[in-house]
Design a protein around this ligand. Structure first.
Ligand code: NAD
Length: 264
């Protein structure tokens, strides 16, 4: 049994995690936190009341409850402090919140080692999205001209998505850096060609109705290849979140990406 604390418990992902953890026979929900406290973590998500209430002081709750794992789905501007608080209490963070900078990730890596407490971050917990990244890296060896289009609901705070950046980073491991498009191309409207990652372009769509979707389009001589993944609802992330919560204590330092926990 792994004891789990959920941070950001009242949010869209937090509530899905509360439900998934309570329904997983190998995980025990011991506490939860959000800036909106007070709710019962069972009845909040349509399960029987369990007496575990959402609290508002993360450090105090972790010190008192001493869970093995803290799952964090909060906001890009608070996730770093949450993770450092968890590590200071020797609680392993499993982080779904996106928007951590490279500098913050290296600070987390150091803190995980100093505190001898493993940490896990995944920009996308959906197995299909992980496969999309792994397959994109394979395809880029043979078709190195590639653009990424990611599509999300319009409440998302960061752009491009963590998944798009991670996909570009994985492709960059096998693709020599080069600028795509015509060497003399000019944007008539700023941003028309999207964000630039080592010459690859990433385009972010934000519309009501979407959950989380991504297309990776490869272009070659007389052909294109499109790999697409759609998360149709937040349940798509839950098997990955629960798997990471069960495995994180057996890892060392900081691990990034659900692909690191799967066999290919
Ligand atoms: P949301 O706005 O619905 O929920 C965020 C919750 O965090 C809110 O309830 C808010 O009150 C709470 N919160 C804010 N500051 C807090 C703090 N300091 N301490 C504790 N709680 C705090 O957002 P969401 O749609 O649930 O998404 C949350 C994050 O998860 C986003 O960064 C999103 O991009 C990311 N996400 C990641 C994945 C993945 O697979 N890795 C999937 C979906 C969403």
């Amino acid at each position: 049994m792994t004891t789990v604390f959920v941070n950001g418990a009242c949010g869209r992902m937090g509530q899905a995690v509360l439900k998934a953890v309570q329904e997983d026979k190998d995980l025990t929900l011991v506490g939860a936190c959000d800036i909106h406290g007070g709710a019962d973590t069972g009845s909040l998500v349509g399960l029987p009341a369990n007496g575990v209430l959402v609290e508002t002081d993360l450090a105090a709750a972790l010190a008192r409850l001493q869970p093995e794992v803290m799952i964090d789905f909060t906001r890009p501007d608070v996730v770093f402090d949450n993770v450092m608080t968890a590590l200071a209490h020797k609680v392993s963070p499993v982080v779904g919140t996106t928007g951590l900078s490279e500098e913050q990730k290296s600070e987390i890596r150091k803190a995980a080692e100093v505190n001898n407490t493993p940490a896990f971050i995944a920009p996308n917990f959906a197995i299909g999205a992980v496969l999309l990244m792994v397959l994109s890296k394979q395809a880029a060896k043979y078709m190195p001209d590639v653009e990424i289009i990611e599509l999300h609901h319009d409440n998302k705070l960061d752009a491009p998505s963590g998944t798009a950046i991670q996909t570009a980073a994985m492709i960059a491991e096998v693709r020599a850096e080069h600028k795509q498009g015509h060497p003399d191309e000019k944007e008539k409207l700023s941003g028309a060609r999207g964000a630039d990652y080592e010459g690859m372009h990433i385009h972010s769509v934000r519309l009501p109705g979407y959950v989380a979707h991504q297309e990776v389009i490869f272009g070659g001589l007389g052909q294109t290849l499109t790999i697409r993944h759609d998360s149709l609802n937040r349940e798509s992330f839950m098997p990955g979140v629960c798997l990471a919560a069960k495995k994180v204590r057996g890892l060392r330092g900081l691990t990034i990406g659900l692909d690191q926990l799967l066999e290919f």
